[in-house]
Design a protein around this ligand. Sequence first.
Ligand code: ZN
Length: 250
Amino acid sequence: MRSILVNNQMIHTGHLILVNRAHPIKAEPSKEELCKVMKIKDMLLQKEAANALQDLIEAVNMEKMIEAVSGYRTRFEQEEIYSSSLNSNGADFTSKFVALPGHSEHQTGLAIDLAKKQEDIDFICPDFPYDGEFAIFREQAAKYGFIERYQKGKEKITGISPEPWHFRYVGKYHASLITKQNMALEEYIEWVKQYKWNENPFIDTLEGKNVQIGYQSLMNQEDYKLLVPDESQILVSGNNVDGIVVIAYE
Ligand SMILES: [Zn+2]
């Protein structure tokens, strides 16, 4: 075993962070962490998410069918969208579809709204179908690290109405487990807590690799030595609540 030093600031960074009404974004990505999506000027995502989306769209051969509508937003941009939606759509609609500034996944650079390419695209509720090629895109999304974040039936848990167009990057290991178990991100963050990293990590296989996933609380801990297997690759992300989720794969 070897040890990795982690600290409680890591609670708020990484691909798995939960951002919702109860958990505001605490650490916005820096400019260096962002890059262009689908070669569109001004459309940004965190690098790994942007590359994964490009790979996914190429894999399903839908470059000509998909348009990116909204990626990373600054806090200021979220404020503008929120107030303009309040003005034109009213409070009821806005609370269902537009997150409060500071509480939008778009501020993480890990979320993207996608539309079927057509003449009139609705900026807030774009059309992204469930049938035809779009069904294949959805089937393949988890393999590339994306989940459909606000699903029908999960409104009470997410606090957001179904958004078939909003995809969130969490990385392929988490995305495959979330999708397999039909969970909202909120449910997954809770579920993974039963698997303590040092005691009883969850064991899985993905693409022929052995994968261990476990939770480590970092509440009341400034620095903590995380013990990990010598030969494994390690991915660590905060949950933006109270700890980190660790993945080891060989
Ligand atoms: Zn969105």
